[in-house]
Ligand binder design. Structure first.
Ligand code: SAM
Length: 244
């Protein structure tokens, strides 16, 4: 299969180069193209379609539904409270970038965010989208597996955030098309328990916060605290390292 044929681009050097770069990156990382109908690069952010014509794209600026800056503060937002509201420091390692919704929100709240994504297609979409963010946005997306990153990186962080994919209940309302596509791409994150365990032995972090659906069972051992919202909750775990 000539996977470059799946890319639609305008007849200019820059657009064609971008398509070739994406294609090469995806091939190098053994991306499975079988679910992809086309990747349209003719309109700014890449728009990716599956065979059911579900669309997936990441547009931090234009997609106000996902990324509009909210008014909340470090003290009021649940996710910020789950990460210590800054008391433990502002450097956060996000082990599950996904659509980058939480990562960007954390950056907007003032955190300095490093966000890891292992799916090569999602990573490319995040990376390109982040090029359009204001230059003072403290966010960096890294293509890696969280387990490998935790084992190999010695960059100090204050807190760790983890939001693995949770298997959907069969009867739940049909999610928006991008979520359908996104779930199809990512599948379920079966190594989540292992990631949490490794995160808990991080050399510098103070705590790990794990996002779960409100009624979902806990992921690993017993959390030291929970912060509950209407639909989701954050389970907080301590970290065993020299800070303690
Ligand atoms: C539920 S989504 C995260 C959504 C994200 N919090 C947001 O706000 O958009 C989970 C994402 O984390 C990624 N992921 C899960 N486990 C990972 C791991 N061990 N290493 C790297 N990425 C991982 C998946 O590929 C998926 O894109």
């Amino acid at each position: 299969l000539d996977t470059l044929k799946l890319f639609h681009f305008i007849e200019n050097e820059e657009s064609e180069k971008r398509a070739r770069d994406w294609n090469e990156f995806l091939l190098n990382h053994h991306f499975d193209f079988s679910g992809i109908l086309k990747i349209d690069m003719t309109k700014g952010e890449a728009q990716i379609f599956d065979h059911q014509k579900n669309k997936f794209s990441i547009d931090f600026i234009g997609n106000k539904l996902n990324y509009a800056k909210k008014k909340g503060s470090l003290k009021t937002e649940l996710i910020a409270r789950a990460l210590g509201s800054g008391r433990m420091g502002m450097t956060v390692l996000d082990l599950s970038a996904g659509l980058g919704i939480d990562a960007l929100f954390l950056a907007q709240l003032g955190f300095n965010v490093t966000s890891i994504e292992r799916n090569p297609l999602i990573y490319l979409a995040l990376r390109d989208a982040s090029e359009n963010l204001p230059s003072d946005t403290k966010i960096e997306f890294i293509f890696n597996d969280a387990l490998a990153y935790l084992k190999n990186s010695s960059d100090p962080v204050d807190v760790i955030y983890f939001d693995p994919m949770f298997p959907e209940k069969p009867k739940s309302a049909l999610p928006r098309q991008e979520m359908v596509f996104f779930k199809g791409l990512v599948g379920s994150d079966n190594d989540a328990i292992e990631v949490l365990q490794l995160a808990q032995s991080h050399l510098s972090a103070e705590r790990v916060a794990v996002k779960r659906p409100l009624k979902a069972p806990i992921l690993g051992g017993k959390p030291i605290a929970q912060i509950k919202g209407k639909l989701i909750r954050f389970d907080i775990y301590g970290v065993k390292n020299e800070r303690h």
